[in-house]
Design a protein around this ligand. Sequence first.
Ligand code: MLT
Length: 217
Amino acid sequence: MSADLGFVHRYLPGEDDSGPTLLLLHGTGGNEEDLVGLGEALASGAAILSPRGKVSEFGAPRFFRRLAEGVFDHEDLLFRTHELAEFVEAASEEYGFDPSKIVAVGYSNGANVAASTILLHPGLLGAAVLFRAMVPFEPEVTPDLSGMPVFMAAGRMDRMIPPDNTQRLAEILDEAGADVDLRWRDTGHPLTYEEVREAKQWLSEVLPKLSEGQEDR
Ligand code: MLT
């Protein structure tokens, strides 16, 4: 655990400095340790950067404030998203990983802050895996996400994330030019093994092409 760069976080170097880095973003009540095993399972050999959300909801870490379940504090969301983007940039300088190969892997609240980062800082993330994501906000200006690979996995019976909201996020990303792969399952909020397997397969195709795709954008 490290508390510098403004966020308590874990950083695990990858096999190769020029390889990809997974930015792991936990769900409500999680921390920087939660998704490390998931990240290793998804892309062994990738570097891992895993911050802890700075907002506390009755002691549960989150990446931004919410007013109620599924109702976000817009101002705080914007502020926290910019703060996270600055942290990612500072971490890339501090640890020397390639900033063009950062892939967000977020679950629930972490997927929502990842989606917000994609919309507010296009180009910061090379790709994203969004597990159980919803619309963080409706963008006033459509960002240019041409060719950005985004994997989304959603549960039709998720009681925290309304399916039409996930669908809307996929549309927003698609309209901005992202290459969205949205997978639905008859499941609820918790992540399933099958989805991890599918995301791993998807990453194995996307990661080798990352820098080429970035150059095209
Ligand atoms: C959120 O607040 O970001 C969503 O409701 C998801 C969650 O926290 O689990």
